[in-house]
Design a protein around this ligand. Structure first.
Ligand SMILES: NC(=O)c1ccc[n+]([C@@H]2O[C@H](COP(=O)([O-])OP(=O)(O)OC[C@H]3O[C@@H](n4cnc5c(N)ncnc54)[C@H](OP(=O)(O)O)[C@@H]3O)[C@@H](O)[C@H]2O)c1
Length: 314
């Protein structure tokens, strides 16, 4: 079989190469991949990975062989899943704790947008608990995580402000009622805030630290700007009982009691009922992923980019 593999002298250090068939462990199902989605962190990892390393976190597909230990979905089930690496391949072995069955109404492409982006959004919002009436601001709101976070926060009853480099990138979220205010910098947002979902890092995180309401929480899970943050700490603690939480999804899933299956199922069910709407700006065949990857590099996307796999199961 073939997969996308890190390779020197290839565009974006990625090439289609022959790889061994997966050998599932007892708690893993064998899945034929039908769609994967791309994440900014995967681009970053590709920059420094050794040749031969295989990227890929998000996947949707069909179960070819159920897990030998009897856990997880049966042969033929349509599933969505999450790996720590290697999902950009024709076939993969997926731990059943990170695999959920898809409702019929959810396409493989839409499902593939859910694992990293949707789970990060859900987990970050869960840090705050009840969101009814909470003032929430989301940086990178037009991005993969932000797109889902805004919808989930609004669904929970929060008053949501979205931040993007231009307000027009947030019009679909405004029209959907997922955000109430669109701004191009946290400094322009109508704070103070009970919850900040922050993934831009750099100067924006510094500003956010001084915009919290008493008891407020910043959940930081990214540094898309790749810039360091400086801030005056008295502008932070002086606001009273405020917190900064660093979130790393793979760690959170373990902390939440291997919640991948449950949380993916929750997200997929919301997509099935139309309560959560994925946004796919670009799709490409998996053997020619470079335009989709370049769009992510160029910040040209709203929401996600998806790679489709051949329909035939080998
Ligand atoms: N800790 C974790 O477990 C975890 C999980 C998921 C994601 N992440 C990280 O969280 C961040 C958001 O993830 P994502 O999947 O939503 O990424 P994404 O789809 O690329 O969205 C990021 C958004 O951030 C904005 N942005 C602001 N400054 C940027 C810059 N200098 N470079 C690139 N984008 C910039 C962009 O929107 P505008 O152009 O409109 O400003 C973009 O839409 C990424 O850094 C990702 O690596 C971490």
């Amino acid at each position: 079989m073939e997969a996308l593999v890190c390779a020197d002298n290839s565009p974006l250090r990625l090439a289609v190469q022959a790889v061994p068939e997966p050998a599932p462990l007892p708690h893993e199902a064998l899945v034929a991949v039908r769609a994967v989605s791309l994440n900014r962190g995967e681009l970053r990892n590709l920059e420094t990975a050794r040749p031969g390393w295989r990227p890929g976190w998000d996947l949707a597909g069909d179960v070819l062989a159920a897990a030998a230990d009897g856990s997880g979905p049966p042969v033929g089930a349509r599933v969505v899943g999450l790996l720590r690496a290697g999902a950009w391949a024709e076939r993969v072995a997926v731990p059943t704790s990170q695999l959920a069955v898809l409702p019929e109404a959810v396409t493989y492409a839409d499902a593939s947008t859910l694992p990293v982006a949707g789970l990060t959004a859900l987990t970050a919002l869960a840090r705050r608990g009840a969101l009814l009436g909470q003032r929430v601001v989301i940086t990178g709101a037009a991005g993969g995580v932000g797109w889902f976070a805004a919808q989930l926060a609004a669904r929970g009853g929060a008053e949501v402000t979205g931040v993007a480099r231009s307000a027009d990138r947030l019009i679909p979220l405004l029209e959907r009622g997922a955000i109430h205010t669109a701004v191009t910098a946290i400094a322009d947002a109508p704070g103070p805030f009970d919850l900040v979902l922050e993934s831009t890092g750099g100067a924006e995180l510094g500003v956010a630290l001084a915009r919290l309401a008493p008891g407020g929480l910043i959940v930081n899970f990214g540094n898309s700007s790749r810039a360091p943050t400086t801030f005056n700490v008295s502008d932070f603690y002086g606001r009273g009982s405020v917190s900064l939480y660093g979130l790393f999804l793979f760690d959170e899933l373990v902390r939440r009691g291997n919640s991948g299956t449950r949380d993916l199922g929750t997200l997929a069910a919301l997509v099935a009922t139309g309560e959560l709407v994925p946004q796919i700006s670009i799709t490409a065949p998996w053997r020619a992923p470079w335009p989709a990857l370049q769009a992510l590099v160029d910040r040209a996307l709203v929401g996600k980019a998806v790679l489709n796999f051949d329909v035939s199961v080998h």
